[in-house]
Design a protein around this ligand. Structure first.
Ligand code: A2P
Length: 358
């Protein structure tokens, strides 16, 4: 996701904690999905349905490009409505995934109308008033929400699900991560661009990149989000800052290189971890085998290691290629793969909603 934080979230003076925790419990909730026609929004509707989230009514919202069309929910066509400032009347929970600018403008409007916002964009993530939550890692942070809860960046989510149990056992001091991120993280236009470029190149034609600055088919781009004056990208700094906020530890050193790869769905990460206490491969396997949300998939002798094609469409964060880093006294190498649209976005958002209504 792109976009710059422009303002700080200041809830209206007397609202206090306007969360569902304070609302009357309901047997079912009215749920808005902002960006319901997008790659993540579509997945949000599927995950709500699959997990049988208690939905009384779903209100899909999008721009004029797709308002008036239909999305499918529980086997029925539901009309997509145009997002306006009046869209949130009667809404209990508003799931946002339409980019940072839309969230910046409309999340406060939704909260003002009485909804709790779960925002998948980068707009509010680093705001000190807004909890940034991965339910397996820091569900307690939800207690302080004041109307907006932020869903972390996709590459951060799958990393912290694995880092948290290791940090609890051995105290992580440093992380070096390189990512291999699929185009669905950019959105549906990027998925179309990859498919179209593959067709063009296999037909010996030329490609004209529009979503990405360079050809993405049969290529890797070491460039996700805008470049900062430091030389890092916005995506890389999201992994640094969001990880520290979610783990509640600003002392962890983190260095990230984020790379877009020609994969439709699923992000992979090569993660090097340095710890205060030594963790053997066996220790690490034992810790991760019981960690919530994690699935070990690590048997190189049988050529078994996590792959994006297997993670796509599933809920777990898969970990394999667990090795000690022999170049330092207390270090590990891990290969971590998850579906960026599900655990990296829609599933995590709906898990937050489940925590809020619990
Ligand atoms: P639309 O289909 O009308 O363009 P993706 O991340 O896959 O590109 O999807 C982005 C989602 O956000 C889409 O559902 C898109 O709707 C929606 N969206 C983008 N800009 C706006 C906007 N200004 N107002 C409402 N919805 C928006």
């Amino acid at each position: 996701m792109r976009g710059r934080k422009k303002k700080t979230w200041i809830p209206a003076g007397n609202r206090g904690n306007n969360g569902l925790t304070e609302m009357k419990k309901k047997s079912a909730y009215t749920v808005a999905v902002v960006g319901a026609t997008g790659a993540v929004g579509t997945e949000m509707l599927s995950v709500l349905e699959e997990r049988k989230f208690p939905v009384e009514e779903v209100r899909p919202l999008a721009s004029s490009r797709s308002a008036g069309g239909d999305v499918s929910f529980r086997g029925e066509d539901v009309k997509v409505k145009l997002l306006t400032r009046d869209s949130f009347r009667g809404i209990d929970i508003a799931l946002f995934s339409a980019g940072a600018a839309v969230s910046q403008e409309y999340a406060p409007v939704a909260v003002e109308a009485g909804a709790v916002v779960i925002d998948n964009s980068s707009a509010w993530r680093m705001d000190p008033q807004v909890p940034l939550v991965v339910p397996e890692v820091n569900p307690h942070d939800l207690e302080t929400h004041q109307g907006i809860v932020a869903n972390p960046n996709c590459s951060t989510i799958q990393m912290v699900v694995v880092l948290k149990p290791l940090h609890d056992h051995a105290v992580i001091t440093r992380v070096v991560v390189s990512t291999y991120q699929s185009v669905s993280g950019t959105g549906k236009e990027a998925m179309d661009e990859l498919a179209e470029q593959c067709r063009q190149l296999l037909g010996f034609g030329d490609v004209t990149p529009t979503v990405y600055p360079h050809q993405i088919a049969f290529n890797c781009l070491p460039h996700i989000d805008d470049f900062l004056s430091s030389g890092y990208t916005g995506e890389e700094m999201k992994m640094v800052n969001e990880t520290r906020k979610i783990l509640g530890d600003r002392s962890i050193g983190i260095s990230a290189t984020t790379v877009r790869v020609p994969v439709f769905v699923g992000h992979a990460e090569s993660i090097n971890v340095e710890t205060k206490q030594k963790l053997s491969v066996e220790d690490t396997r034992a810790i991760l085998s019981t960690a919530p949300g994690v699935q070990l998939y690590d048997d190189p002798s049988r050529k078994l290691y996590p792959l994006q094609i297997h993670a796509a469409g599933t809920d777990a964060v898969f970990v394999g290629r667990i090795r000690e880093d022999d170049s330092i006294p207390k270090g590990l190498n891990l290969w971590v793969v998850a579906d960026n649209l599900r655990k990296g976005a829609a599933l995590n958002a709906i898990q937050i909603a489940e925590e809020l209504v619990k």
